[in-house]
Design a protein around this ligand. Structure first.
Ligand code: IPM
Ligand code: MG
Length: 364
């Protein structure tokens, strides 16, 4: 089969981890005679330096013409000035909005061999296997009004938490669909004791639930969810929530896995269902880690697992996705570790070697 892929390596360690994601993808292509046609583009700080914007119209068009996007990471101290007009993150937000990537999937799995590299007690994180679905194109990030202005009594600023029932319905549906293929338990997170947008969210979630009698729906307040994630993370199966709540909770949840270097993500433009290929952007959840850039240190596993998600959701290649996931497990079981997950008695490897080891297993 033939697929086209936009690769946006971005800043910091982005290019290094993206290269390893591509390496593993090519290994799968070779093994199964799939043809992955790659097109490269600039996003983030490198794009600002080169073109004056964090994502050029040409790059956006190029992405629209592909079946999926693989993104490394954006940002760095060079572009951090809060007074600057353009930020590397704008590139990411533009991609999300323009390509309608409303469903952000962030799975958190605790790898048994890495139980020692987390800060939590092994008995607390044992068996954790959950997936967050974060709404990605609405709420406080994008809704209007959103501005800063001058008044006679000083400066004021506002952001808006606005949701339409259509926006809520489609994201909640993603939750139900994924729960159906898992342990059939969906937690919808809101702040319905205070916020109107959350009250609408809760109502719509209950309405959609009628179509999914096989899935158990539970509503949880966002503060309680933050607590429960640490107290009993294995409680969760699928969690769905609005943009800002999801941003915060997924950073918290990522710590269950020990290292951000292990966690992939997908941002989809539709509701994932078996047999349907959806346009999506795939990226590790970690940032650009500027201090590690160019040192062949970064853990490429989050990006490699993002490639597996791409095969599953955008290309319909589920068997190939599972092969990549198994290859990662095998290499970890073989004792190989990048610096962030290193422990005594293990073999420390760099970004490239980790990518090569996984690619070799994936190629079979
Ligand atoms: C994330 C990041 C982004 C966000 C930033 C880089 C704009 O924190 O993907 O979680 O807030 O969505
Ligand atoms: Mg975040």
């Amino acid at each position: 089969m033939q697929f086209s892929l936009a690769v946006l390596p971005g800043d910091g360690i982005g290019p290094e981890v993206a290269a390893e994601g591509v390496r593993v993808l090519q290994a799968i292509g070779k093994r199964f005679s799939h043809d992955f046609n790659l097109r490269y583009g600039l996003v983030g700080g490198v794009a600002i330096d080169e073109t004056g914007v964090a994502l050029s119209q040409d790059t956006l068009k190029m992405c629209q013409g592909c079946d999926a996007i693989l993104l490394g990471a954006v940002g760095g101290p060079k572009w951090d000035d809060p007074k600057a007009k353009i930020h590397p993150e704008d590139g990411l937000l533009t991609l999300r909005k323009e390509l309608e990537l409303f469903a952000n999937l962030r799975p958190v799995r605790v790898f048994p061999v890495l139980v020692d590299s987390t800060n939590l007690k092994p008995e607390v994180i044992k068996g954790v296997d959950l997936i967050f679905i974060r709404e990605l194109t609405g709420g406080l990030y994008f809704a209007r009004p959103k501005r800063q202005w001058q008044t006679s009594r000083g400066r004021r600023a506002t952001d808006s938490m606005t949701y339409s029932e259509q926006e809520i319905e489609r994201i909640v549906r993603v939750g139900f669909e994924l729960a159906r293929g898992r342990r059939k338990k969906l937690v919808s997170v809101d702040k319905a004791n205070v916020l109107e947008s959350s009250r609408l969210w809760r109502q719509v979630a209950m309405e959609v639930a009628e179509e999914y009698p096989d899935v158990e729906l539970e509503h949880m307040l966002v503060d309680a969810c933050a607590m429960r994630l640490i107290q009993n993370p294995a409680y969760f199966d699928v969690v769905v929530t609005e943009n800002m709540f999801g941003d915060i909770l997924t950073d918290e949840a990522s710590m269950l896995a020990g290292s951000m270097g292990m966690l992939p993500s997908a941002s989809l433009a539709g509701v994932p269902k078996e047999g349907v290929n959806i346009f999506g952007m795939y990226e590790p959840i970690h940032g650009s880690a500027p201090r590690r850039a160019g040192l062949d240190m970064a853990n490429p596993i989050a990006t490699i697992l993002s490639v597996a998600m791409m095969l599953r959701y955008s290309f319909g290649l589920v068997k190939e996705a599972k092969i990549i996931e198994a290859a990662v497990d095998e290499v970890l079981n073989g004792g190989y570790r990048t610096y962030d997950i290193m422990s005594e008695g293990k073999v420390r490897v760099g970004t490239k070697e980790m990518g090569e080891l996984i690619a070799r297993k994936a190629e079979g």
